[in-house]
Design a protein around this ligand. Structure first.
Ligand code: FPP
Length: 242
């Protein structure tokens, strides 16, 4: 039975975003070093990407490393960068098999050159795929994204390419890191936390929020299906009267 048939009662959102939280707590509970939580988290990333692609999700955005995460201990930052590299190297086959196209959201300036090279290589190698777009938010912060967008708009206004009166919501949306990605319909956060943590502040204006109690390393297909079922029960009004 295909993933689609197995999950025929699910309402599959067009665009999904995930705050993968609780790696550290998972490791502490198991009496492991924090990095083991991140390592196990990579398995959950692989399973979630594959299942979303199979179910027909159009865009999946994963919060892999925030701008604020640079303030973590040097060792954890470098281990996380290593895991990202390893993921990009080892998962190319899975991405290709599932027709997944990789894109990146975030600032490039602080990313190590070897991570950037691998990221750009994988983006280029998967660019011809026509299935789900997987957006990895790395060195990402929503306030920083908005600041970058405002700076780009200010430059265009200064050069005369754009009139101040012409700046509207479409102008701002078009200057975000991945302007062609559909806004998330569903935002999932794991580990029971009810926070948005500087993630996609513009794009989640009308997203439905699902908080899963499990820590990210334990997040499995059933948890994803539970989130989609929860989403299917929501009445979305977009500020209007139905
Ligand atoms: C939050 O858990 C998780 C992160 C900051 C990193 C997420 C990274 C991965 C899942 C692995 C690498 C990603 C990819 C895409 C290959 P936390 O450390 O804040 O957990 P805690 O709040 O329990 O301490």
């Amino acid at each position: 039975m295909s993933a689609k048939e197995q999950a025929s009662d699910l309402v599959v959102p067009r665009s999904v975003a995930v705050i993968m939280d609780g790696n550290g707590r998972w490791a502490r509970t198991a009496d492991f070093e924090r990095i083991r939580g991140h390592e196990k988290g990579v398995d959950a990333v692989r399973d979630t990407v594959t299942e979303c692609a199979k179910l027909g999700v159009e865009a999946l955005t994963l919060y892999a490393f925030s701008e604020e995460n640079w303030e973590r201990p040097k060792r954890e930052v470098s281990l996380l960068m290593g895991l990202l590299k390893k993921f990009l190297q080892s998962e190319l086959g899975t991405l290709m098999d599932n027709g997944v196209r990789l894109v990146h959201a975030g600032r490039r300036a602080r990313l190590p050159s070897d991570v950037l090279t691998l990221l750009d290589d994988t983006i280029a190698k998967t660019a011809g795929n026509r299935g789900m777009r997987l957006c990895l938010a790395i060195s990402y912060g929503a306030r920083q994204e908005l600041a970058d967008a405002v700076r780009a708009i200010a430059r265009d206004v200064k050069s005369g390419a754009l009139l101040p009166e012409a700046v509207d919501e479409t102008t701002i949306a078009s200057r975000l890191y991945q302007p062609t990605l559909p806004d998330p319909d569903l935002l999932i956060r794991t580990a029971g936390e009810m926070r948005v943590s500087n993630f996609l502040l513009w794009q989640i204006s009308y997203a439905e929020i699902h908080v899963a109690q499990v820590c990210w390393p334990d997040f499995c297909k059933d948890d994803l299906h539970a989130a989609f079922r929860d989403y299917g029960r929501r009445v979305r009004k977009f500020g209007k009267v139905l």
